[in-house]
Design a protein around this ligand. Sequence first.
Ligand code: GLP
Length: 265
Amino acid sequence: MEIVIKPDYETMSRCAGDFVEAWLRRKPDLVLGLATGSTPLGLYRDLIRRHRDEKLAFARVTTFNLDEYIGLPADHPQSYHSFMRENLFRHVDLDPARTHLPDGNAAEIAAECAAYEAAIRSAGGIDLQILGIGHDGHIGFNEPSSSLRSRTRIKTLTEQTVRANARFFGGADKVPRHAITVGVGTIFEARCCLLLATGTEKAAAVAAAVEGPLTAMCPASALQFHESCTLIVDEAAAVGLKRRDYYRYVYDSKPAWQQWEKSAG
Ligand code: GLP
C-alpha cells in the first residue's frame, strides 16, 4: 500500500486529481470505478476544473459506480444516479452510454447484479477504482462481515451507516435499508485502487484498514492484499496511523520516475 498524507482536504483532493489525470493521460479509454459520499466531491470538482481549464478528456472513458440504493427512483435527489449526474457526469465530456450504476429498481435484483458483473468484465475490467471508506471500514456498501470474495449483490446497511447517511435524507427513517453494491472481490480485481479519507471521524477506520488485521470485519483491510493500492488521506484522517512518519518518509523518498504528483519534485 502506498500511503500519502496531505495537510488538508483541498490538497488531498488535488493530489487525487493528479493521480487520476496520470492514469487518464496514459490510458484515455480508462475504465474508471467511481464512488459516492462526500469524500470524493473535492476530487470530482478538481477533475471538472481540469476538464474545463486543461482540456482533460473523458470522452473515451467508461465508468462503473460502486453502488446504488434499492427502491429509490433513479431521479430521486439522493439516488447515486442523481449524485453522479450532479457532481461529475453533466460537467465533463463523458458519454452517458458509457456510465454505469446498478439499477436499484430492477425487478430481479439477482439478475441485475449478475448483469453488472458481466458488464464490468466485458468492458475489460476496472483499471482504476476510486474508494471512500465508511466509519466501520466499509467500501462501497460492503459492510463488516462481507465476504472478502463477494461479488455484486444486495446488502443490508448497518444502523451506523444509515445514521451516517441520514444527513442527506433529512432523517434516518428516510434512508433505504438496502443497496446493491459491487463486492469486495469485484473491487479487488481492479488493476489499481485509490482510497480517499478525510477528517478525524475516519481515523479509526483508516488505521484499521492499513495497520489492523486483514479481516472481513473491516472490509477495507482487504486492500492490504491488493497488488496496487494508494491511499490519499488528510492529516486528520491519518492521526490513528502509528507509522505515519514512515509513510511520509517513503513518499518523500520516491524516485522521480515513480512520481505521479505534479507538484512533487
Ligand atoms: C457510503 C458509500 C461509500 C462511501 C461511504 C462514506 O456508504 N456507499 O462508498 O465511501 O458512504 O461516505 P462519506 O465519504 O460521505 O463519509
